[in-house]
Ligand binder design. Structure first.
Ligand code: FAD
Length: 442
């Protein structure tokens, strides 16, 4: 993408989660000034904050997400490593139990970086602060949009308990996340309500930081004991994060919620399908309270299907689609969305028609949405739209998942799809297809 500021546009970015930070970074070379409005207090060094309660839970950044962030923030990966992120070879160093089998270990050459979510945010914020044309305004919540003649012209904000201000902007990026008011604000200006895809998952996460005891030796760097739908609804993970710690998250679907007290947390860990996570906890010292978070519904708002949409208004991240968190896609799709948004602004500097951007974003969202919804809908109790071909797809992917316990080439294809590096048809590669179907025939 060309790096120039010829457009002299002023952008207002609402929200400083990963989507807001990535959007500000991607727009910085294209805009004269960017103001990021954030409802939260200025964050402490790199601790969790109120507006991002999910920041206390395990957050994996998929390869495509890392690539998208590194395109926006050159040198990011080296910086993550230098400051203490953990390099994990996804194929050989992440031990993963899935659909009743342990994945076959192999050198995947997919090196992911694991760190806490606040640590990643802090590094992106520092990068933006160093750019010169990005300004942060904390304790400043956006609560209204001005739309004139089909264009979003300003955002109304209020700092702490102060008076309302009208912040005029050429571009307004809504990155306020799951709680975004965009649908309500559009309705207030006479726009139709967008359709919504919903999956009622009723998930809870409970998480805690640990430090492995000196001398503790695990045959993995990261561990994931995943749910096996439809029978089993519980999962647990151990991800290494900066400062030699682990973040341990337990999760359960459809009301099977991990408690946030010591005894309940350990009992839940004991109830997982494999004993490895509990064994690892015996070798580690807790460093924090246990924090719980409910996640009732995954939701995709189809803004791209609206016949009319205000010029200059660009939603990104969870505002558009809040995925089932278990599959770790949200930050990656947010980062990819920010790249798309900037590419659109490069072509159409005042976003006179955001529809091509919204349609391109929907095409990006569609793949991870299909991957997770087809898994979630294995649970009969999950309400959601079930296309007629779904049972067929589910039977096939279940076979592929089982194959990945023994066949490295098939596992490699699956990883490339899950990390959003390749499209799902790769799972129908002739060799995989032959093995998946042949196995059943036998
Ligand atoms: C339990 C859990 C686990 C997850 N695990 C993963 C994972 O492993 N990998 C992954 O990629 N994703 C994961 N996700 C999803 C991920 O957190 C989000 O998809 C990602 O952070 C992108 O979100 P966002 O930036 O759009 O919104 P958020 O991160 O929610 O940020 C929104 C920001 O907007 C601010 N804000 C809100 N309203 C206003 C307002 N009116 N005015 C100004 N500011 C406002 C908030 O304070 C916040 O800073 C998980 C989510 C949950 C719930």
């Amino acid at each position: 993408m060309p790096h120039h500021r010829s457009h002299r546009a002023h952008a207002a970015v609402l929200g400083s989660g990963i989507a807001g930070l990535a959007a500000a970074g991607a727009l910085a070379p294209l805009c004269e000034r960017i103001t990021v409005f954030e409802r939260d207090d200025p964050p402490a060094e790199c601790g969790p904050r109120k507006g991002v309660p999910q920041g206390r839970h395990g957050h994996i950044l998929l390869m495509d997400g890392e690539n998208a962030l590194a395109e926006t923030f050159p040198g990011l990966v080296a910086e993550l490593e230098a400051r203490g992120s953990c390099r994990v070879n996804f194929g050989s160093e992440l031990r993963w139990f899935h659909h009743g089998v342990w994945k076959v270990p192999y050198d995947s050459r997919l090196i992911v970086h694991m760190q806490s979510r606040p640590f990643l945010e802090a590094i992106l914020r520092e990068r933006l602060a160093g750019l010169g044309n990005v300004k942060f305004r904390y304790r400043t919540a956006a609560h209204e949009l001005d739309v004139e003649g089909g264009r979003a012209t300003a955002v109304r904000v209020r700092e702490a308990e102060g008076p309302e201000e009208t912040a005029a902007a050429d571009l307004i990026v809504d990155a306020t996340g799951r709680g975004s008011s965009l649908v309500r604000l559009l309705a207030a200006h006479g726009y139709p309500a967008p359709r919504e895809e919903r999956l009622a998952l009723d998930i809870q996460y409970s998480s805690r930081l640990y430090r492995p005891r000196p001398g503790s030796q695990q045959p993995w760097k990261a561990l994931l004991v995943a749910q096996t739908p439809p029978a089993k609804r519980r999962l647990g993970l151990v991800f290494p994060v900066e400062d030699g710690r682990w973040i341990v998250s337990l999760g359960g679907y459809l009301g099977e919620h991990p408690p946030a007290n010591e005894e309940g947390f350990l009992d839940f860990a004991r109830s997982l399908e494999q004993p490895d996570l509990l064994a690892a906890l015996r070798d580690a010292e807790p460093l924090s309270e246990i924090q719980a978070l409910r996640f009732p519904t995954a939701r995709w708002t189809r803004f791209e299907r609206l016949s009319r949409f205000p010029a200059g208004l660009l939603p990104v991240g969870d505002t558009v689609c809040s995925f089932d968190p278990v599959f770790g896609q949200g930050m990656s799709v947010a980062a990819r969305g920010a790249r798309l948004l900037a590419a659109h602004v490069d072509r159409d500097p005042r976003a006179g028609d955001p529809k091509p951007y919204l349609r391109a974003l929907a095409r990006v969202v569609a793949v991870p949405w299909l991957l997770t919804s087809s898994e979630d809908l294995r649970y009969a109790g999950v309400e959601g739209r079930r296309p007629f071909w779904l049972p067929w797809l589910q039977r096939y992917t279940h076979r592929v998942f089982r194959l990945t316990g023994a066949s490295a080439p098939d596992y490699d294809r699956l990883l490339r799809v899950l990390h959003l590096l390749a499209r799902p048809p790769l799972l129908f590669h002739p060799a995989t297809l032959a093995r998946a179907v042949g196995r059943t025939a036998r």
